[in-house]
Design a protein around this ligand. Structure first.
Ligand code: C2E
Ligand code: CA
Ligand code: CA
Ligand code: CA
Length: 277
């Protein structure tokens, strides 16, 4: 009923309930991309393991669907990918992150914002060019924007990835390899790849307190990162025990519910204010 304009939804008798739902979601997402307020970035703090200071935030996209309520990216990112909306959504996310980073800078509280890139965005030949255009348009220092690319995506099509990383590095964008430890990076490729940070996947963090293997893996990733001149952040930190182990193992930054959940920009500003008083 909300499908106005040219966006019809066709139902075929053999379609599964899931296929129908996906079609409806892609129609609604198309509309959400053209109007304000449904899509929103939430921001999760990244914390220095050394002194507990706020080092930046990760932007995580949320969708306030008019009928279904708040949807997480696990629901709508696959829909966007499947129906060719991911580049439009990805561009919207990068621009929103720029606008927010400019606002925080102008409030005298600069904060670096990290954005997650999908495989399709990384495959765009002109990603660096478009990003440079957005930075110029908003007058944002590239030091205040960074990208996270999952290890498995970074390891596909390595020739192309090397080039894009190099171009992004040239315009001053920091790059983090997300979910590190779940893919199969070769060490020589990792050395060539011009990344700045490894992000230890939350599956290892979850097991830290009970598994010597998980501790050994984290220790190895920290050594590898530092040997290659990369910093290392752990995600999914939920307990004090995990924080203590990660700090002891030499992780540079920590992120997770133990510190804060992802939250809207205004809530993040309050959180920051309360912390400093
Ligand atoms: P990710 O990049 O690995 O993000 C971490 C996920 O873990 C986020 O889920 C975050 O809310 C959640 N998280 C943070 N701290 C904790 C914790 O202490 N414990 C646990 N159990 N979870 C924690 P979220 O927001 O549902 O995002 C899921 C995935 O969706 C992200 O995984 C990312 O790959 C993708 N995603 C989110 N926003 C975007 C986007 O704008 N573009 C693209 N391409 N992907 C996005
Ligand atoms: Ca991420
Ligand atoms: Ca991750
Ligand atoms: Ca993950």
């Amino acid at each position: 009923k909300r499908a106005g304009g040219a966006h019809f939804v066709f139902y075929e008798p053999h379609m599964s309930a899931r296929a129908k739902e996906q079609l409806e979601l892609q129609r609604d997402l198309r509309q959400a991309l053209t109007r304000d307020g449904e899509l929103e970035l939430h921001y999760q703090p990244k914390i220095s393991a050394r002194d507990g200071s706020l080092t930046g935030v990760e932007a995580l996209t949320r969708w306030r669907h008019p009928e279904r309520g708040q949807l997480g990216p696990g629901i709508f990112i696959p829909v966007a990918e499947r129906f060719g909306l991911i580049n439009a959504l990805g561009a919207w996310v990068i621009e929103q992150a720029c606008i927010q980073a400019v606002a925080w800078r102008d409030q005298g509280q600069p904060l670096a914002v990290a954005v997650n890139l999908s495989v399709h965005q990384l495959r765009q030949a002109d990603l660096a060019e478009r990003t440079a255009e957005l930075l110029a348009k908003h007058g944002l220092d590239p030091a205040l924007l960074s990208f996270e690319v999952t290890e498995s995506v970074a390891m596909e099509d390595t020739g192309h990835t090397l080039r894009v990383f190099e171009q992004l590095g040239e315009i001053g964008i920091q790059l983090s390899i997300d979910d590190f430890g779940t893919g199969y990076s070769s060490l020589s490729y990792l050395r060539q790849l011009d990344a700045d940070q490894l992000k230890i996947d939350q599956s290892f963090v979850r097991d830290l307190e009970h598994s010597a293997d998980a501790r050994a893996i984290v220790q190895a990733v920290v050594s590898l990162a530092h040997a290659l001149g990369l910093s290392v952040i752990a995600e999914g930190v939920e307990t004090e025990g995990q924080r203590d182990i990660l700090s002891a193992l030499g992780c540079d930054e920590l992120q997770g519910y133990f510190y804060a959940r992802p939250m809207p920009a205004s809530a993040l500003e309050d959180w920051r204010q309360n912390r400093s008083t």
